[in-house]
Write a protein that binds this ligand. Sequence first.
Ligand SMILES: [Fe+2]
Length: 241
Amino acid sequence: MLRKVLELFAKNFKFSKFGFAKISPEIKNKRVFFEKISFKKNKDLLIKDKKDAGALKVQKEDLHKKYALYADLLLRSGYIKIAEELIGDKIYPYVVMHMLNNKKTKELIWHRDQYFHGKDFIGPKFKLYKLAIYLQDTNKDNGVTGFIPKFISPRFKNRYVDTIFAYLTSFLSIHPKLSIGEAVIFSGKVMHHRPRQKNNNLREAIIFSCTNNPNNLPNLKNDKKEFLNFFLKCKLDLGIN
Ligand SMILES: [Fe+2]
């Protein structure tokens, strides 16, 4: 019941309260488009990442070939514009991950991408957002990212306590129901997890690590091979501020 209320609430929520938000751009011929950039039929090109609970990932060389396409998708389809409006901040993606989960992929446990453990701050030292685009209809049964809303998730400065508390309160978590091409944007500080795949539908997603200013990444900013520069160039070409 409480969760139902939260879900209802989440439909009109503010990013600042929840720490995440759904992005629903209008894309023509979505299914055809996403089929073209999908790796579902090219699984031999994927490698299993044990550090990421066994998710299957597109290798660097193949990923690099698609940088211009990913940048164009983000900008031309309106993901960035919608996300910037939702969070009230600028978005500059700098790392891309293209991944698939199958039934063998395990749960990626509840965690935050940025947190304090004692006095140590773990994770990037600048504003971090993740933007995940899902390439098929995705829900809790095929591994949609789940969240514990920020306003009911106190941040403990001990990662173990923080994780245990997340499991104890996970009955209040929200797993968005997304249709093909929809995305979520979330803060690096929000508690999230990737549930284990329960049905036979693969979950394919393109996940971008983003920050709010390219000057946060001086090393990447000057390297033409980096995704950030593909993004900046695409922005210029499309005349987007
Ligand atoms: Fe994460």
